[in-house]
Design a protein around this ligand. Structure first.
Ligand SMILES: [Fe+2]
Ligand SMILES: [Fe+2]
Length: 285
């Protein structure tokens, strides 16, 4: 194995535990598509350019999409911190100082480009982002993690496309960018909606079924709380505690996993106003 292949292999093992290693690994793949005879410094920069996100620390910049997809302060601090961490790691591997210099110089500008090699790295980063990160960003929408709502995710994808300066890369990026349509789709998908805070709101269970009995008989059964409560799992010994038949007491047994709780005379049921009469049906024409 050549020294260049060896350091690339060691770098690949180093970034492997990173939660978004897939994005890092696909970046040199795209780079090879754009520039088949690229340098070791370029491949190392592509493979490690975001690695600072794997090392949380007080000096790590915080990404907040509400500051806009191009947030120059965040991107500069992110790129410089990655370059510093990769430079320290490369020196620890005993590689040539020129390789350290060339690699870290590229990582420092990987968000912005600026010269032909840097533009290629930036383009490969965008292609890998659009290919790998769509689902990761969609998954953050329900919790607004990093300030990412649907509009911010769309802006993020658009920025990663618009910043590409290499014409061949722009052509490759367009089909990948079409994945942004999934943001629109997921807005209608309950799995991606913002979860409401339900604390303090009633639980409403709606179910429809047909009972082969007259309406009056069914309502009479529901209004006979001791009888109807016999249908409720864990509820028994229900009896009225007033003459109006509005309040009842009984026993409730609740089982959750290995835990079982029995509330003797502690449960109290109250007939609601809505239970007084069946809802009138709208006539069908
Ligand atoms: Fe980055
Ligand atoms: Fe990246």
């Amino acid at each position: 194995m050549t020294p260049d292949a060896d350091i690339l292999r060691r770098a690949d093992a180093w970034i492997a535990p990173y939660w978004n290693a897939d994005h890092l690994r696909r970046t040199p793949d795209w780079l090879r598509v754009l520039a088949p005879r690229t340098s070791t410094a370029m491949l190392l920069a592509a493979l490690t350019h975001d690695i600072e996100r794997h090392f949380p620390a007080p000096d790590a910049p915080t990404f907040d999409a509400r500051r806009g997809p191009a947030d120059p302060d965040y991107r500069r601090r992110h790129a410089e911190r990655s370059a510093r961490i990769v430079g320290d790691w490369l020196r620890g591997q005993g590689v040539d100082e020129q390789l350290v210099h060339d690699t870290t110089a590229l990582i420092t500008v990987h968000e912005d480009g600026g010269w032909p090699e840097a533009d290629l790295l930036q383009a490969a980063d965008s292609l890998s982002f659009l290919e790998v990160n769509v689902d990761r960003f969609l998954a953050r929408i329900p919790t607004r993690q990093n300030g990412l709502g649907p509009d911010e995710v769309r802006a993020q994808f658009r920025h990663m496309l618009d910043r590409i300066r290499v014409p061949a890369a722009r052509e490759l990026a367009h089909p990948l960018y079409e994945a942004v349509a999934r943001v629109d789709a997921c807005e209608g998908d309950p799995r991606h909606r913002r979860r409401p805070n339900l604390r303090g709101t009633p639980v409403i269970i709606e179910e429809r079924f047909t009972i082969a009995a007259p309406v009056a008989d069914v309502w009479a059964f529901f209004l006979d709380v001791p009888r109807s409560s016999a249908c409720m799992p864990g509820v028994d010994d229900v009896e009225p505690v007033d003459d109006q038949g509005q309040n009842y007491r009984g026993r409730i047994q609740v089982k959750v996993g290995p835990l079982k709780a029995r509330l003797r005379d502690g449960g109290r049921a109250r007939r609601g106003a809505a239970a007084g009469a069946p809802r009138p049906r709208r006539p069908r024409h």
